[in-house]
Ligand binder design. Structure first.
Ligand code: IP8
Length: 267
């Protein structure tokens, strides 16, 4: 078994807007997921030191119910318990379908819910134990973690976003490449879904100005400003950090392989 230091790790976030249809409750985007799996497999097959760790978002399995029951705000009243239970169940359903799609694509995926790695207090990760994940990666397994409704020491429960998990896993794993797959071509000067006068930023540094008006109808986890924070932290621990459009064939593969691709590179 190789130590993770000898491995070339790719850390990949599959955004909720790529693996689900965010506008329709609990709709899994199997076709996009299966294609992304085959792009990942192409990358892994190229070198036996390559490994992958996947994190996925909640999309329509997480955000709709979490918003309705205000789960991210922590425990307020008994009525939220039903909502917490539903989000937990639904995220496991989504995770199981993603793991299954990876296994059908001949990738040895294993589910790794965030509470098996992290302890949370007041919405923040306060303790990380990545040892089991490291063993899995060394052995050649592909851990699949996800944003989730989690127990929280100070708030009883809260929502942990996939982007925060990406931040902490990049710190732990020091990946060769970190890729965030979203439903747009990268990071734009302002929200590309809200107007025409927007430009894709090829190289984004923390000094760059990005307007962070979110599509907050769906995201309970902070939308774009939170994502930018996660991108910058991830990039400080990763060889390369890229944001690509996961709905466009070939972009994930090219980003993983370091080829020229339409994307935003975080520098
Ligand atoms: O979609 C949040 O994760 P994200 C997951 O990565 C839930 O922000 C349960 C809303």
């Amino acid at each position: 078994m190789k130590s993770t230091a000898d491995l070339r790790i790719a850390l990949v976030k599959l955004g909720g807007s790529v693996v689900t249809d965010k506008t329709s409750l609990r709709s899994f985007s199997r076709t996009h997921t299966a294609r992304l799996v085959s792009e990942l497999r192409r990358f892994l097959e190229g070198d036996d030191r390559r490994r992958a760790v996947i994190v996925h978002g909640g999309g329509s399995f997480g955000h709709i119910v979490a918003r309705r029951y205000r789960i991210a705000e922590g425990f307020r009243d008994q009525r939220q318990l039903r909502g917490f239970s539903v989000v937990r169940r639904d995220m496991r359903m989504l995770n199981a379908m993603i793991v299954e799609t990876m296994m059908s694509g001949k990738l040895p995926a294993i589910s790794m819910p965030p509470e098996s790695i992290f302890r949370i207090d007041m919405g923040r990760i306060v303790h990380t134990d990545a040892e089991p994940l490291r063993y899995a990666v060394s052995a050649g397994l592909i851990p699949v973690s996800f944003g989730d409704a989690v127990m929280d020491a100070g708030r009883t429960f809260s929502i942990l976003s996939g982007d925060t998990i990406m931040e902490f896993l990049s710190r732990e794993l020091k990946p060769e490449v970190t890729v965030f797959c979203t439903d747009v071509d990268g990071v734009f000067t302002s929200n590309p879904k809200h107007g025409s006068n927007v430009e894709l930023i090829d190289e984004l540094s923390s000094s760059e100005s990005v307007s962070t008006d979110n599509d907050s109808r769906f995201d309970v986890t902070g939308g774009m400003s939170r994502k930018l924070e996660a991108l910058f932290v991830s990039s400080s621990f990763s060889g390369r950090t890229v944001v690509v459009n996961g709905l466009r064939p070939g972009r994930l593969r090219d980003a993983l392989l370091g080829k020229k691709v339409i994307c935003t590179r975080i520098v």
